[in-house]
Structures are given as C-alpha cells and as structure tokens.
Design a protein around this ligand. Sequence first.
Ligand SMILES: C[S@@+](CC[C@H](N)C(=O)[O-])C[C@H]1O[C@@H](n2cnc3c(N)ncnc32)[C@H](O)[C@@H]1O
Length: 329
Amino acid sequence: MASTSQQIMRLGFGFAVSQALRVIIELGIPDLLAAGEQSVDELAAATQSKADALYRVMRLLAPEGVLREVAPRRFALTELGAMLRSDQSGPRDFVRMINSEAYLAFEQLLYSVRTGKPAFDKVFGSPRFDWLSEHPEQAALFQRAMVALSQGSNEAVAEAYDFGPFTRVVDVGGGHGQLLSAILARNPHLSGVLFDLPSGLAAAQQGAGGNLPRTEFVAGDFFESVPSGDVYVVKKVVHDWDDDRAVVILRNCRKAMQQSGKVLVAETLVPPGDEPNLIKEIDVVMLAITGGLERTEAQYASLFKAAGLQLERVIQTKGPISLLEASPA
Ligand SMILES: C[S@@+](CC[C@H](N)C(=O)[O-])C[C@H]1O[C@@H](n2cnc3c(N)ncnc32)[C@H](O)[C@@H]1O
C-alpha cells in the first residue's frame, strides 16, 4: 500500500496521466492495438515517434488499466483502453478536448479561485465560446466532445419526458443536435428548432448529432433572444454560466414562450456528501473555463424564480441527468 506521501504526490501528478492519454489518442495507438498486441518498436515506426519515449508513456498508462504490457515492451489494449478507439463514440474526443486549451487555462485555476473569474479569459484573451467561434477546428472537436460526454443521456432525456402536448421544441444551445434528433425521432408530431451560435450549428449541419428532420437551424445569441416555441430544452447550457448570465438565458425563454409552455433544463445535480462524482470535476472545470457552475436543485429553483419561471418537478432520467421542468410563474 502506498504511503500517504506517495498517495498525495500521485494526486499531484494527475496531469501526467491525462496528457499521456491524449498522446496515445493523437498517435492513434488504440486503433493500432485494436487488431492485437504489438511491440513498442512496431508502434513507434507506425506513428513516427521515438520508441523509448513512447514506451515510457505506455508504461505509465498500463497500471492505470488502459494498456497491458503482455511481454517486455509489448502492449495490448484493455477494455478500458478500447474506449479510446476512433470507431467508439466514447470519451476519446472529450479527453482530447479537455487536455488542449482547457488544460492550458487550468494552470491558472488559482486565479479563478481568487477572483471568481474564468482563467480561460485571462490565458486566451477572450471568453471560451468567443474563442471557439474563431477556431472552427477546435469548435468541431468541442461539439464531438459534447456528444461523447452525453453517452446515452440524450436518448435518456428524450425518453423521460412526454412531449405529446407540444408542437414545436426549441433546443437552446443545442450544438451538435443529438438531443433534438432523439426527441424528434420519438415524436413524429413535433417540429424542432436547433438554436446555437454559428460555430455550434456547424457540427449539427455536418451530422455530428444524427438525423434532424423537420428542423429549422437558427443561429443567434441566447443572451439577446431565443426563437419562439412551446417547449424549450436547455441541456448542459445553464451550467456554463454564472447566476446573472443564466437568468438572462432563462428569462429569454420565458419571454419567447406561451403561457402554456415549458422550459426543461437538463443538468446533472450536485449530490450532497463526499462521494466521488464526475460532476465535481466538471464543476471546477466550469469555474476555470467558462465561469459557470454545477448546481443543486435549490439553486436551479432560485434561478427559475429570478427569470419569472417556477420549478414544477424534477424528473430523474435513466442517466446522471435530471430534467427540471419549469412553467411561467
Ligand atoms: C456545453 S455545450 C452543450 C451543448 C448541448 N446542449 C449538449 O448538451 O451537449 C453549450 C452550448 O451553448 C452554445 N452557446 C454558447 N454561447 C452561446 C450563445 N451566446 N448563444 C447561443 N448558443 C451559445 C455553445 O455553442 C454550445 O453548443
């Protein structure tokens, strides 16, 4: 068993594993190992890298369960590592995305803790979504990462709610469009509006989130206004923003909707207690990257109130996402 000093040092070395994961993804190692085990020399030749250096990175990932050193300097992919293959819609793009600009900004987390402001803006000179608008390749990776992060939760949201009474669903900040695609597939009577910045819509228009029949693509800024509809889905958007900004988005939904309309905020609620939960990592990433935060049910209820809405009920989907349904107050 590792001593306490080794345990704490290991935590402090977290960046080594996260960047090593990114390296094997960028080199395509999981794809090369998909057909069977290979020696480091073969892998280095196939990826134009230095065998000794590659060996050290792969040796670091083996005890983490990503690879297995089956013979000296010879590796196989584990079930965990197989999640990083390019034919998997798993977390590969998320690991790449979070270990690029977000990683660089994270070095200034202390700045965010001292000021409450996003480190990203300090390091990159503009807010996260403005920066993405000017970097189409990174914006496309971001949207693929959002699909990866969703891992079934879009289907779970579509299944958990009865869209029967509505005619026009607006997905606010819908990005890649996977949620809207799942809702429309289950509800042939509905038409859809995918509303996002042009950089977000680009991925959807290229099919990143699946089929989007009966859909109007609308580019715009949700701090200005949102298109009209009778049910609004707002998934993993409110968590990007501080309370003042979040209330503006929800108020704009309130302004655009009819009295009988609903707003469905889809987010993962922060659970009480010390149990490990990915939402706690995501929360601190929000602090440093966008200036947003993960919230409890009570915190969402007070956002709705400030926006002229009222939280009616919370529906737990099959996944980690909850659906917070609000009506005009
Ligand atoms: C964290 S992503 C969530 C995407 C998607 N709803 C999901 O659940 O995967 C936030 C989305 O908000 C969009 N967004 C950011 N700022 C925006 C703005 N001012 N107006 C409209 N959309 C915006 C981004 O482009 C991005 O698609």
